[in-house]
Design a protein around this ligand. Sequence first.
Ligand code: ADP
Length: 309
Amino acid sequence: MIEAVGLTKRYGERTAVDQLSFTVRPGQVTGFLGPNGAGKSTTMRMILGLDTPTGGRVTIDGKPFRQLDNPMREVGALLDAKAIHGGRSAHHHLLCLAQTNNLPKRRVDEVLDLVGLAEVARKRAKGFSLGMGQRLGIAAALLGDPKILMFDEPVNGLDPEGILWIRNLMKSLAAEGRTVFVSSHLMSEMENTADHLLVIGRGRMIADCTVQEFIDQNSELAVRVRTPDPTRMAELVTGAGGRAVTDGEGALLVSELTMDRIGDLAFDNGVRLHELSLLQASLEQAFMELTRDTVEYHAAVPGGREVSS
Ligand code: ADP
């Protein structure tokens, strides 16, 4: 279990992490979401004792990281996958880590198998692809068979197969009862992986809830209605306390009324329907709405629309 209370980090004038309090629990994948620059890496570095908080505290099973007796057996982390010595083989890299951390040598082959690098284990890591580098970083994180795992943007730059592999790995680690804490700046990466979400913007907590709660609270349901008589249908919807707007393609988007109610209204009033379907705003959209005011950099794109970096 990871527990933060009032965790704060300032770099000069800039507050990177602002009074964060949260708990990351075992047996589930907790997604740590926020736009670039929101403070995710800084928070993770403080959890691992690599950065000192300006205020507040963060503990791992009740102790600050630096007071853990056997850190690699308690916490494994993938922060920067490129931080390996390119001249070494994957096997040698892990062996050095095992030896300096008092871990059994047999774990090296076990984790190489687990991440699917057994066949290239003796090759120099310099020639590794990004995906192989990520797998090696994950192997290192798993070396001490820790109860707590942290991954900072683990799927950045991976191909779909690599992404799927990491997702499944995170889920299975959580299913074994471990604490899995994973950061991302994309909601879509968390939607199918995380059980719980911590959403931050500009260092502050925006949401601390389950994925289902996030969906329920942030994605408005709408019903798409196609009818030869949209004007009449819109009047009926408004009369019944709903809202109707056109979607630009001739259909109506109706909110605040259930699909059943809309169908009954049409039937009772003799309006012919050609479509009645449930739409849900994408979670990615909900996440962007929620964090829009907290995005640090806005890049102007042709056409004047703004996108976050
Ligand atoms: P994220 O991981 O969510 O992208 P970071 O934790 O990397 O965000 O950064 C949060 C903020 O802190 C950013 O504004 C970043 O520029 C700033 N920051 C991070 N590390 C340092 C540092 N060593 N010195 C100064 N500012 C930093």
